[in-house]
Design a protein around this ligand. Structure first.
Ligand code: BGC
Length: 349
């Protein structure tokens, strides 16, 4: 594991970059936002490529909000109007996406510096990332003590373990916002990637991308990814849900539901390189976002501009807006409880 200086924030805080490697996977992580700046894996001929979007410099991470590679908290995806009521108390969290709150507010966990501690455990190498989110940060109740662990196993898997405790009842929904392009960062569109999601339902949204509460059947719609399907195949089908989101930007209701252990729920494959990503999670939802808001205005680590559909996100999560949707699996955390969730990324070619 190698630690190098990455940059300095306006207030003088130093941001570090950590490099770790195991089982053929190479990972670069920043103390800023817990960002995965790059993740290199081999193709079927053993040639490595970085398969994640990212920026070269700290200034771009500070100035822009595509959430490239970042840890998301306290609440992944949206909370309608940034409002919810918990145990009879109304809370207003930061509104940063039209009328709604997105990814924890304007200075969510992606825009904070984390304490990073490297570790080795048997054949595993990894990083523990810590931060304390003060009571009231971005409007959320309770002091939240957060620990996220990134582990690279000897088989090259990248595992994320999230843990949090709170001093007051609150809501928590942590996730990782890596943008994948298995053909390689800066290589163009992901429309040829094949995606499989083990979900017979998804949560349709209103025009502000807040779930309506319905769990809609994917059968006969562009949202059916139960068999491997090229992302581009139905991307322009013109379904009202796609028109609202400019593509796919929805939460899939994983058939397995909440599970005690991670269960494999999605496979992403680039036929060209053979690179395959499998995702296992204990969470009930998966947000598939087809990079709809990338608009050619940001230049990434490869020195080229990112355009719509140049990468996609697969975010394991509780459902968006759960604090306002009693029928959705709960995202409430109370004092004395520990929020614990795991997502495992397995690579193959
Ligand atoms: C959301 C998108 C949002 C994007 C930000 C995704 O997780 O679902 O709606 O625009 O993050 O880059």
């Amino acid at each position: 594991m190698v630690k190098t200086p990455f940059g300095t924030l306006a207030d003088g805080t130093e941001v570090s970059s950590w490099f770790l490697e195991n089982g053929g996977t190479r990972l670069k992580v920043l103390s800023w936002g817990g960002v995965v700046q790059s993740l290199e894996i081999p193709d079927r001929h053993g040639r490595h490529a970085n398969v994640c979007l990212g920026f070269d410099g700290i200034e771009d991470y500070v100035a822009s909000t595509p959430y490239f590679g970042a840890l998301i908290g306290r609440y992944g995806n949206r909370i309608g109007k940034g409002r919810f009521t918990l145990d009879g108390t109304a809370h207003q969290v930061d509104v940063n996406d039209g009328a709604n709150s997105l990814h924890g507010g304007a200075t969510g966990f992606d825009k904070q510096v984390w304490d990073v501690e490297p570790f080795t455990a048997g054949s595993d190498v990894g990083l523990h990332l810590f931060r304390t989110s003060a009571d009231g940060e971005m409007g959320y109740p309770g002091t939240l003590e957060v620990k996220v662990t990134y582990t690279l196993t000897e088989r090259g898997e990248w595992r994320i373990d999230y843990e949090a405790t709170t001093s007051r009842a609150t809501v928590v929904n942590l996730t990782s916002h890596v943008y994948w392009n298995l053909a390689g960062e800066s290589s163009g569109t992901i429309e040829g990637h094949e995606l499989t999601i083990a979900a017979g339902r998804y949560t349709p949204t209103d025009s502000g991308l807040i779930p309506t509460g319905e769990l809609a059947d994917v059968s006969g719609t562009p949202f059916d990814f139960r068999e491997p399907k090229a992302i581009g195949r139905d991307l322009r089908a013109g379904h009202l849900q796609q028109l609202r989101a400019k593509g796919y930007d929805h939460n899939w209701v994983l058939d397995k539901g909440v599970t005690a252990e991670p269960v494999q729920v999605a496979t992403l494959r680039d036929p060209g390189s053979g690179r395959t990503l499998k995702i296992a999670t204990d969470q009930p939802g998966l947000q598939f976002y087809s990079g709809n808001f990338l608009d050619g205005t940001l230049v990434g680590t490869g020195g080229r501009a990112y355009r719509q559909g140049d990468a996609l996100c697969l975010e394991t999560q509780g459902f968006p807006d759960s604090p306002n949707q009693p029928a959705f699996p709960s995202t409430v955390l109370r004092p004395g409880q520990t929020y614990r969730t795991t997502t495992i990324h397995t690579f193959d070619a």
